[in-house]
Design a binder for this molecule. Structure first.
Ligand code: GRF
Length: 207
């Protein structure tokens, strides 16, 4: 697989930072070709620029429709030869123009063990439900929110005195480990999608 990444963000960009760090310290053999935010004030844009990575804002409000916005994003990613797209706190549903341009090549990270607690505030949802274990999911993106074949999951224990912020911070530590690992799994190949399942061949899984 082409090892040029495009990262889409909407905010803080700590997962973007984890990917930048992993490409720089040798954990991830890939380069980030471009970072795109739908919001001009995303702190992650600054992180990208500081790292010498091209950073663009494509404001969704400037496009007449969701499809138009997705087409604009797909165009910029394509122009830079991106092979794998990583959503990192990108607060937009992905539509057909972007999905069709990158089949089975868009990843998302979510702070729960999907299919539990999709959508916003996953950490609060987990606490309110009273689960004892939650975690992180990195999955392939489909047209449905927080759905799609699961590439990697990591668990995080829930403590009795957790608040959403405290739990979220512990989950974030695992997110920052899991995302580079999932990207490496994708780039190393030896996997296929069977229905809902992301399956690695025996050799790839033991590598
Ligand atoms: C993370 O918790 C991620 O799992 C979710 O949005 C948050 C983004 O955080 N999709 P950051 O912008 O990467 O710091």
């Amino acid at each position: 697989m082409n090892r040029r990444l495009g990262v889409l963000i909407s905010g803080r960009g700590s997962n973007l930072q984890a990917l930048i760090d992993a490409t720089r310290d040798g954990r991830l053999d890939a380069s980030i070709a471009v970072v795109i935010s739908n919001r001009a004030d995303a702190v992650g844009l600054e992180r990208a620029r500081r790292a010498g990575i091209e950073a663009l804002c494509i404001d969704h409000r400037a496009s007449p429709s969701r499809d138009e916005h997705d087409r604009a994003v797909a165009r910029e990613l394509g122009a830079r030869g991106v092979g794998l797209v990583c959503l990192a706190g990108y607060m937009r549903l992905i539509g057909a123009p972007l999905l069709d341009a990158f089949p089975n090549a868009i990843l998302n990270i979510h702070p729960s063990l999907l299919p539990a607690f999709p959508g916003v505030d996953a950490q609060r949802q987990a606490l309110e439900h009273g689960v004892k274990v939650t975690g992180v999911t990195v999955h392939l993106v489909t047209s449905e929110l927080d759905n799609g074949p699961i590439v990697i999951q990591r668990t995080v224990e829930v403590m009795d005195d957790d608040t959403p912020d405290i739990l979220g911070a512990r989950i974030l530590v695992e997110e920052h480990r899991a995302y580079p690992e999932a990207v490496r799994t994708m780039l190393d190949g030896g996997w296929r999608v069977e229905g809902r399942r992301f399956v690695r061949s025996v050799n790839a899984a033991s590598a």
